[in-house]
Design a protein around this ligand. Structure first.
Ligand code: FES
Length: 564
């Protein structure tokens, strides 16, 4: 007989009947009737808390999901997991993504649920939940909290967080004073929900829908929109059906659906972080997503979505313009139509239902793209033997076929101490280089968007070529090469670069090079001393097992490959 519901995964007292009897007794202490305890159980993973502004609506989403589960004949049981509120974590939220993924995986596996709803959204939460759920192997469905609405301030529309950065750059350039930047600060993030632009959270919400792990149409309704609650209710109801059908993530996350998701990531002009997270999610399903394959897909995928930071609009406009469905319809000739989603239908069936309406100011046609191809690309060369990432669509094109003199900062502290120094020897055509900001060096902070030195800002310079092993916020922009691998803290070639070296980038050739011979790089690296690793706790586990960004920064023992 199939074991399900409360009888799943019994606590081990050496007597199965006793274990079930005891579990039922304690479940009844919560007031559940026998009839309720006979139902399929839908776990609802929540990741809210006082340190996560984006997940402020979790309680009402939980109520709506539970309503859907109950109406469909299931028993909803909430369980909390770690919450990762992007701006509240030190040193970075990425460091804790795998910890959250382990939490989600183990709690799905350990508790008696037949399927699970994952309520998340803020940057790392959604990838962490998907990674954990795929590894746990029970039917799972994502529900994102939805994006913030924009605000307005003295005639200017504001949305977190591209505008946060644009206005901060103007403040640094002396265009507004302390009082005005403080006033602005109160108007950047004015509702619940995830960042209002095509940052990492929005990118991953759309990627999740394209992957088939959330209900069609559910990625884009704003957090405070009634549609969000209707999707929550529908998600709960669908989770009950998933439990009956045993539709597990391995049937949804396939090589083909990962390619579809990658197409969407690229067509969105999505976050560079999306490349790391999608690679990690695919890795949990045993699908290697290499940077070479990334470039293959990028070579004929147009950028179609006119949202900040690549374009001009915000998530609320993307939703009103037709959302992910309209985008998928534009990309249809490039997609695998036979993939299935948690809704139980194929992509082809879904596309046949997508309404004809689309706002072309926000979602371009494939014939009139914002960028014809290669919005995001991987670069290789003697500076990045394992690859690096460039968001070409969000950069000053002039800087993408460029050679310049390196101005090197050996770590974040060095950069903070010197970047605005009046005596910093730097010119607009130089290349700013940040070392020791990779996954092991510093937890891979979103510091790859190095600030333009104040003295150059004052001269009107707004973009420069910047390279590092760090990440960049999905809401940021500029000629910024990121994720250089191997990272400098493990003795990658980036550690060999010195101020005055010549650095060359070519988007056309997909190259990133330093004008040094292999022998010179080897000689310089021979002097490299690897910093002492942490000695205890999660930091030790992280330092010993984190993979490079080209492998999704997952832990080696959590990927399918790592399990041998
Ligand atoms: Fe949560 Fe931006 S801070 S998505």
């Amino acid at each position: 007989m199939e074991i399900r519901g409360l009888a799943r995964g019994l606590t081990n007292y050496g007597d199965r009947e006793f274990s079930l009897y005891l579990r039922r007794a304690f479940a009844k202490s919560m007031g559940f009737s026998d009839a309720m305890l006979e139902r399929p159980i839908v776990g609802i993973a929540t990741a809210g808390g006082g340190f996560n502004n984006c997940h402020r609506t979790t309680p009402e989403l939980l109520t709506a999901v539970s309503r859907g589960v109950l109406a469909a004949g299931g028993l909803p049981l909430e369980f909390p997991t770690i919450s990762l509120g992007e701006p509240f974590l030190s040193p970075t939220s990425l460091v804790f993504r795998n910890l959250m993924a382990m939490d989600v995986e183990e709690m799905i596996r350990a508790q008696p649920m037949d399927s699970v709803v994952l309520i998340g959204g803020c940057d790392k939460t959604l990838p962490a939940q998907l990674m954990g759920a795929i590894s746990a192997g029970k039917p799972a469905i994502s529900l994102v909290v939805g994006p913030m609405m924009t605000g307005s301030f003295q005639g200017t529309r504001l949305g977190a967080c591209t505008d946060c950065r644009a206005w901060w750059a103007r403040y640094r350039a002396g265009e507004l004073d302390d009082a005005r930047i403080r006033e602005l600060e109160s108007n950047l993030a004015t509702t619940a929900g995830t960042c209002a632009v095509m940052g990492t959270a929005s990118t991953m919400a759309c990627v999740t829908e394209a992957l088939g792990m959330s209900l069609p149409g559910s990625a884009t309704p704003p957090a405070v929109h009634a549609e969000r609650l209707r999707f929550a209710e529908a998600t709960g109801a669908r989770a009950v059906t998933l439990a009956h059908e045993a539709l597990t993530p391995d049937r949804i996350v396939t090589e083909q659906s990962v390619d579809n998701a990658l197409r969407v990531l690229l067509a969105l002009g999505g976050s560079t972080n999306g490349a790391i997270h999608l690679t990690a999610i695919a890795g949990r399903a045993g699908i290697p997503l290499t940077l070479e394959h990334f470039n293959e897909i990028s070579s004929d995928t147009p950028v179609l979505v006119n949202l900040k930071p690549v374009g001009e609009h915000y998530m609320e406009q993307f939703h009103a313009a037709g959302g992910v469905g309209a985008l998928l319809r534009e990309l249809a000739p490039l997609l695998h139509a036979e993939t299935i989603s948690v809704a139980g239908e194929t992509l082809g069936e879904r596309l046949a239902r997508v309404p004809a309406y689309v706002d072309r100011a926000v979602i371009r046609s494939a014939g009139e793209p914002i960028v014809a191809r290669e919005g995001l690309v991987a670069l290789f060369g003697n500076l990045a033997p394992n690859g690096a990432i460039l968001k070409a669509a969000a950069a000053d094109a002039r800087l993408l076929e460029h050679e310049g003199r390196a101005v090197v900062f050996r770590d974040l502290a060095d950069m903070a101490a010197r970047i605005d120094a009046p005596d910093l020897d730097v010119e607009p055509d130089d290349v700013l280089v940040l070392q020791n900001a990779g996954p092991i060096g510093a937890g891979m902070p979103e510091a790859g968007y190095l600030p333009i030195p104040k003295k150059l800002l004052a001269r009107g310079v707004r973009d420069m070529l910047r390279i590092s092993d760090a990440r960049m916020s999905g809401t940021a922009y500029g000629a910024v090469v990121l994720h250089i691998s191997p990272e400098s803290a493990v003795g990658g070639p980036l550690a060999a670069v010195r101020t005055g070296d010549r650095i060359r980038i070519s988007l056309r050739e997909k190259r990133l090079e330093v004008a040094l011979s292999d022998a010179e790089i080897a000689a310089r690296l021979a002097e490299f001393v690897r910093p002492a690793p942490p000695r205890r706790g999660y930091a030790k586990l992280y330092a010993e097992h984190i993979l490079g960004p080209e492998r999704g920064c997952d832990f080696d023992f959590l990927t399918v490959e790592g399990q041998g």
